[in-house]
Each structure stands twice: as C-alpha cells, then as structure tokens.
Design a protein around this ligand. Structure first.
Ligand SMILES: C[S@@+](CC[C@H](N)C(=O)[O-])C[C@H]1O[C@@H](n2cnc3c(N)ncnc32)[C@H](O)[C@@H]1O
Length: 254
C-alpha cells in the first residue's frame, strides 16, 4: 500500500479499496503515515447550511450536546464554533457549547487543547487548492477576529474566549460511546473521516453503538471518506438512521 503524506492519501486509500474490496486498514497503518489530514472548513460539510439546520432542528431544545469524535488537532471543532457564532450569533449559539472533542491520538489532542494549530506545509501546501483556500482564509477579517497568526502564517492561535467553548480529551470512540447512556436526546455526533481507520467488524460495531446511544432528535455527521472508503452510509441506514436534506447528516428514526 502506498500512502503519501498529503491530502492525496485518502485517494490512494480509496483506489486501493476499489481495486480490492477486502482491503481494510487500521489505525496503526493510516495514523503512522498520515496523522493529521484535516483542515478548516473542510468542504464535505456545507457549514453555513449545517448550522442553520442545527438551529431549526433544535429550536425547542434548551441544551444540545455536540460530540466531536476523531477531532484530530481541533481544527474541526474550531470550524464548527466559528460557524455557529457567525451564522447564529453568540446568544443562539450558546446552547451548543461546550463542544466535547476527543481523539485517539494524544499528540493531536495536546495541539487541540493548546489552541495553537500548525499548518504543516507537507499537508496543507502540497496541493494548490488548499493553498488558495488558506490564503483566502487568512485574509478573511472574521477569521482573523478569532486567531492570531503564528510563524509567518504557518500556524494560528485561537483566542481564549473561543478556546473556552470546547473541551478536548484523549479517548477511543468505542470507550467513549460505551460510557454513554442509551437514547440520548438532542445530541450531535461528529464521526467524520475516521471510519476508514476501522476494520469492517469495527465499522459495524460503531454503527450499532451509535444507534443505541442516539435517541429522539439526535444526529450523526459523516465525512466524504466515510462514504467512499468505508461503509458508514450503508451501516447507518441498516441501523435505523436516515439521510437528512443536508449532505452527510443522518438522523435516527425513533
Ligand atoms: C483524518 S482525521 C479526521 C479529522 C476530522 N474529523 C476531519 O474530518 O477533518 C482522522 C482522525 O481519526 C482519529 N481516530 C482514528 N480512530 C479513532 C478511534 N477509534 N477513536 C477516536 N479517534 C480515532 C485519528 O487519530 C485522526 O485524528
């Protein structure tokens, strides 16, 4: 298997998977070669539409718990926080905080906790598309309200008021979900771009566990690679979830 340290890693994985459907990977293989591969406003979720959807869906809830499984270096949680505040305003966004982020990798969790996120050239600048995207981001005044730029734009540091809206921990998703009570209402599980780290039986187990913990008005959010390089979509449908009108968002039919 040839995994390079770049956003292409997933394409390689996907091609291998297509060539040989019995090809499965695991945490050790993928994580050793390419530990990060996450970026701000990852385009497989329409962030603006998504948070407006959250606002409508949870309009009657006083509190909504958001679990950001496989949060990596925190980029995803910070993207969500910025989107919630931008589109809903601070007051309406309040009930979604604090977001609870966790990841198996201690080093990534340390970075997330520090709020100081390096943008590694090996990952972020190999591909022109991403460079352009970051260039735009750095010139976006709203984004710059939340961060200070580090090392000549090679990293960002989130300000304390934003950092206080998320709690990060090191945890395995299976242990974390096993601790949860069944049928939790009004919760959001982010499990994005992580299913391909799991073997097939683990993917089945995760879908079943998510189905058990998600109660009334609870949703699961996937990433594109969970659909193309893993079986998350069909497994969620098999376990009582349905697609919503927002791409990659699934609701539990209770
Ligand atoms: C490619 S990153 C995805 C980051 C982010 N969710 C995104 O979509 O941009 C995959 C992350 O999954 C984490 N991961 C893999 N298996 C995990 C598990 N069993 N429990 C928690 N995190 C896991 C890895 O450590 C890695 O940080």
């Amino acid at each position: 298997m040839n995994i390079t340290l770049s956003p292409q890693s997933f394409s390689n994985y996907e091609n291998n998977y297509k060539k040989n459907p019995s090809f499965t990977s695991n945490y050790q293989v993928l994580n050793k070669r390419r530990p990060y591969c996450t970026y701000f406003f990852r385009e497989d979720l329409q962030w603006g539409n998504f948070v407006r959807y959250l606002n409508l869906r949870f309009k009657d809830a006083d509190k909504v718990n958001i679990y950001n499984a496989a949060c990596s270096d925190g980029t995803e949680s910070y993207t969500l926080i910025m989107s919630l505040i931008k589109h809903l305003g601070k007051e309406k966004a309040k009930k979604f905080f604090p977001i609870k982020g966790f990841d198996l990798n201690q080093r990534q969790v340390n970075t997330a906790k520090s709020g100081e996120i390096p943008l590694l050239p090996g990952i972020y600048y190999l591909c022109d598309l991403f460079s352009i995207k970051f260039h735009t981001l750095f010139n976006d005044k709203k984004f710059l309200n939340y961060v200070t730029l580090k090392n000549g734009k090679k990293g960002v540091k989130f300000k304390d008021d934003l950092k206080s809206l998320v709690e990060f921990r090191q945890a395995n998703i299976f242990d974390e979900i096993a601790k949860k009570k069944k049928n939790e209402e009004n919760c959001v599980f982010f499990c994005r771009n992580m299913w391909m780290y799991l073997k097939e039986d683990e993917q089945e187990k995760l879908a079943k566990m998510l189905s058990e913990v998600c109660g009334h008005n609870s949703i699961v959010v996937l990433g594109n690679y969970d659909l193309s390089a893993a079986h998350a979509h069909s497994l969620l449908l098999k376990n009582g979830f349905e697609e919503t009108y927002i791409d990659n968002v699934y609701e539990k039919m209770v």
